[in-house]
Design a protein around this ligand. Structure first.
Ligand code: C5P
Length: 220
């Protein structure tokens, strides 16, 4: 029990970027490597959970023993989350979900000419906010926030607006934190505190996050 505190628990984790098609050749995406979500999924397996790992296009080995769901766009991610969230004990939204998609996807490659090209973008659904309103009372919901300024203020605001139990905030402006790298520097926000952790490996951070999520689960 001490070594496998997630035995019998169902965990859904999202990670990596999304891609929003412009035409058959091009897309809009972000710099997410998927490493944080991957580390959380590996840790959850080690702690005994049954894990569904939903991820965008990433270049990482499969998580041994996890249900692997590969998606491309934010809307596909939303569908995959809706298919799996209902009986989850924990949901972690570590994916860097695209906030916008192209209002229409060109059927053929857009040819260049000398005029300015304008793309019209439509807002994607906010999946974390949707989960905040739909998850069962026993489910522990964790979000991430990546900011370039006023990290704590924005992250605290998100924590409240999205109705999650824990929000992990990282600043893109801190070296050793955020996209692509193997380490992260985060502030963990909950109802009762905001806790600044030292720089650590994403894998070690995953266990720190799990420790706090498990404690929150015990309180539910
Ligand atoms: O509001 P913002 O996108 O910065 O919030 C970040 C958190 O929200 C992350 O946990 C991310 O996975 C989630 N998110 C989402 N759906 C979106 C955008 C972000 O679930 N469309």
């Amino acid at each position: 029990q001490r070594e496998k505190p997630l035995q019998g628990k169902k965990v859904v984790i999202t990670g990596g970027p999304t891609q929003e098609a412009i035409d058959p050749v091009r897309y809009i995406t972000n710099h997410s490597s998927g490493k944080m979500g991957h580390a959380l999924a590996v840790a959850a397996k080690r702690l005994g959970a049954s894990v569904t790992y939903i991820h965008g296009p990433i270049n990482l080995p499969a998580v041994y023993g996890a249900d692997d769901v590969a998606i491309t766009s934010a809307q596909e991610l939303f569908t995959a989350v809706k298919d799996t969230y209902a009986d989850a004990d924990f949901i972690i939204m570590a994916a860097a979900v695209g906030d916008y998609r192209c209002s229409s996807i060109a059927a053929e490659k857009i040819k260049k000419n000398d005029a300015v090209l304008t793309l019209e973008l439509t807002k994607n659904p906010d999946i974390l906010a949707w989960l905040g309103e739909h998850v069962s009372a026993k489910c522990v919901l964790c979000g991430f926030a990546m900011e370039t300024q006023d990290l704590l203020a924005h992250a605290t605001d998100k924590f409240k607006k999205k109705h999650c139990d824990l929000l992990v905030a990282n600043s893109l402006k801190t070296s050793g934190a955020g996209f692509q790298c193997d380490t992260n520097i985060v502030t963990i926000i909950s109802e009762t505190q905001s806790e600044e952790l030292p720089i650590m490996d994403k894998s070690a951070l995953a266990y720190e996050i799990w420790e706090r999520l498990i404690a929150l689960h015990h309180k539910k």
